[in-house]
Ligand binder design. Structure first.
Ligand SMILES: NC(=O)C1=CN([C@@H]2O[C@H](COP(=O)(O)OP(=O)(O)OC[C@H]3O[C@@H](n4cnc5c(N)ncnc54)[C@H](OP(=O)(O)O)[C@@H]3O)[C@@H](O)[C@H]2O)C=CC1
Ligand SMILES: O=C(O)C1=N[C@H](C(=O)O)C[C@H](O)C1
Length: 233
């Protein structure tokens, strides 16, 4: 498979290593200002920056190239990407987190929220910790976790960052040197607490998941999620 890497930063480089090990070719490595012909690729993997993600995805869909997007912080344009994909009969997957572990964690989070829904004594709190170069806060993964709680717990209809509001899932975002990504969901009562945590030791899980998604999407048409790829949920 010929892969275009749109964004050749920390994640682009991690994906390159895994893709080469799995027998693929990297035909495009694009950073800011790189000129390239996207149709040289069978599939594109976008891990760039929030301000360019939608334009990168649009370029792929307009040229019939399936696209996997891991970039976070551009959710306001997600519905436009879905509409473009449907209009062009293209193929597209966006995920806030491609690792198998986090996708299992997403399912556990939804189930725990259902169980907690009528237990007012337990107060929920989300925490995410990432490296100091991260451009967006809260992380895309924390937003997915918050939405999983909102959909499955009767007390919430939104999330808030670094503050408290009625009916809002509170998210705390911390930035610490070299942390690849740690997410914690905690329910606390006066008596005890229940905590679920996912800690990534490195970026390998994110990169492997993105390459598996790229292999999976070839020959398909539509908008998919990691639940489709991993067959969970
Ligand atoms: N979904 C998931 O599983 C994961 C998602 N992420 C997300 O992926 C994104 C990238 O993360 P990371 O690799 O750590 O970030 P980096 O900052 O290391 O890399 C981003 C890269 O994008 C490049 N870039 C800037 N503008 C463009 C453009 N117009 N076209 C193509 N590339 C461009 C930058 O180039 P330059 O240096 O020249 O500006 C840089 O090399 C983030 O949004 C992050 O949140 C991260 C890990 C896992
Ligand atoms: O920027 C990162 O590094 C990461 N971003 C993703 C997010 O925003 O959730 C996924 C992972 O936690 C690493």
């Amino acid at each position: 498979m010929n892969i275009a890497l749109l964004g050749y930063g920390k994640m682009g480089k991690a994906i390159e290593q895994i893709a080469l090990k799995r027998g693929h070719n990297i035909v495009i490595k694009a950073d800011v200002g790189t000129t390239y012909n996207i149709t040289d690729a069978d599939v594109a993997i976008d891990f760039s920056i929030p301000s360019v993600a939608f334009s990168n995805i649009s370029k792929c869909l307009n040229n019939g190239v399936p696209v996997i997007s891991g970039t976070t912080g551009w959710l306001e344009d997600y519905d436009n990407a879905v509409a473009l994909c449907n209009e062009k009969k293209g193929a597209f997957i966006s995920a806030s987190n491609f690792s198998l572990g986090v996708n299992i964690f997403f399912e556990l989070n939804k189930n725990l929220a259902k169980m907690m829904s009528n237990l007012a004594q337990y107060k929920v709190r989300l925490e995410e910790i990432h490296h100091t170069q991260k451009l967006d806060a809260p992380s895309g993964t924390a937003i997915t976790l918050a939405n999983g709680i909102i959909k499955n717990h009767s007390s919430f209809d939104k999330w808030v960052l670094d503050s408290k509001e009625d009916n809002a899932v509170p998210i705390v975002a911390k930035r610490i040197e070299n942390v690849p990504g740690t997410h914690t969901v905690k329910y606390e009562s006066d008596i005890d607490f229940i905590e679920m945590k996912h800690h990534a030791h490195n970026r390998e899980g994110f990169a492997l998941g993105a390459v598996i998604a790229a292999e999976w999407i070839i020959g398909k048409t539509g908008v998919f999620t990691m639940n489709d790829v991993l067959n969970i949920g």
